[in-house]
Design a binder for this molecule. Structure first.
Ligand code: KG4
Ligand code: ZN
Length: 358
């Protein structure tokens, strides 16, 4: 007799609702479809890096035009890769702020037009909320949690109490962490975008050779400052002048990265204590935003979280930098909670997560 055969294993079908997300707030044109069971059915990202690299940073006008040129094709690809048509969707979400206004308008108008044509609800998503909730695309991250949001434009510590309730404990008083990476990489001639380039340069560097400041470390509260660190690197680069070797650049990169990691850990440690004093009991430490892709920073924060009996939840690096899966997921959480927006909702270049701290 033939041995009993185990039935063929089919992955469980993704669960509705299915939400299309659109992201155009900076220099990525992105569209994605996610499902309620957290499966990412598609995640298409077109980076404009090459267009902006010659200018050393994002040029808003060029970004807006490029979003307009490509958004239709990127949305079509996201639907094709998810093997869905517009009729299969349950809602459309688009980033409407904060960010560069030209790009925001392109993404918001595209999302609204699709929602109107397909008779679907539209959800206006805050880009920062996309980052804030991105860790919940993996199972097991429950509210409330402490969030370190570190990107090119933002650097803040918040308690995410629940969907739509964000309590800001501190933020940067000058540059964002990603901005500091970008400016320092430029000083070191490492090109744009600076964060990944500087991380690569630091791999072979000795972080102890140059002493760099760690602004605000040990001070009360959990605000950040990075401009002094950047200035110290500039002075170092000026001192070395044209004699600087590849080894010097690697050592400065390693020292800079270690200093940023030390600042982020110290400020986050203070934030954990502040949350505790206020009776807010986080279930996890979450790090999100482009800088969360940095491996040294992830390691240091994992150690910090463990010392507090918490796990570090960090999205995979591809979901740390700008993407539309996180926008679709934030939209999905709002849709499930019954929050939908009118089609006359405006794009907002500024939109703080905690309205008490504008
Ligand atoms: O979240 P994001 O893609 O865009 C914003 O919303 O700002 O973050 C981009 C920022 C840039 O400043 C970039 O240099 C930084 O994140 N970044 C990194 C790394 N990857 C991206 N910084 C440090 N290490 C990385 N591996
Ligand atoms: Zn971002």
């Amino acid at each position: 007799m033939a041995p009993p055969q185990s039935p063929p294993r089919h992955p469980a079908p993704p669960q509705r609702p299915f939400v299309l997300g659109i992201e155009t707030s900076c220099d990525e044109t992105a569209a994605a479809v996610v499902a309620a069971d957290r499966s990412i059915l598609s995640n298409v990202i077109l980076s404009q890096t090459a267009l902006h690299a010659v200018h050393g940073g994002v040029v808003p006008e060029i970004a807006a035009r490029a979003h307009l040129d490509h958004i239709d094709r990127i949305v079509t690809q996201a639907l094709e890769q998810a093997s869905l048509s517009l009729n299969d969707l349950d809602a459309v979400a688009a980033t409407v702020g904060p960010g560069l206004i030209g790009g925001l308008i392109v993404g918001a108008m595209t999302g609204k037009a699709i929602a109107l044509a397909a008779g679907l609800p539209f959800i206006a998503v805050n880009h920062l909320e996309g980052h804030a909730l991105s860790a919940r695309l993996a199972p097991g991250v429950a509210y409330p949690y402490l969030l370190l949001l570190v990107s090119g434009g933002h650097c803040q510590l918040l308690v995410v109490e629940g969907l739509g309730t964000y309590h800001r404990l501190g933020g940067t008083i000058d540059d964002a962490a990603g901005e500091a990476f970008d400016k320092t990489a430029k000083l070191l001639g490492l090109g744009y975008p600076g964060g990944p380039a500087l991380e690569r340069s630091a791999v072979t560097g000795d972080p102890r050779r140059f002493a760099l400041p760690q602004p605000l470390v040990g001070r009360p509260g959990c605000d950040f400052s990075f401009s002094g660190l950047k200035t110290a690197v500039r002075q170092l680069v000026e001192r070395l002048g044209s004699d600087a070797t590849a080894r010097d650049v690697a050592d400065i990169s390693a020292a800079f990265q270690a200093a940023v990691a030390a600042v982020l850990v110290d400020r986050t440690r203070h934030a954990l204590a502040m949350a505790d004093e206020r009776g807010l009991r986080p279930t996890a430490l979450v790090v999100a935003g482009g800088v969360a892709a940095n491996q040294l920073i992830r390691r240091r924060l994992t150690e910090l979280a463990a010392a507090h009996g918490l796990a570090l939840a960090a999205p995979p690096p591809a979901l740390c930098t700008d993407n539309a899966a996180m926008i679709a997921w934030a939209g999905l959480e709002h849709f499930r909670a019954g929050h939908v927006d009118r089609l006359d909702v405006a794009a907002r270049p500024r939109w703080p997560l905690d309205p008490r701290v504008a």
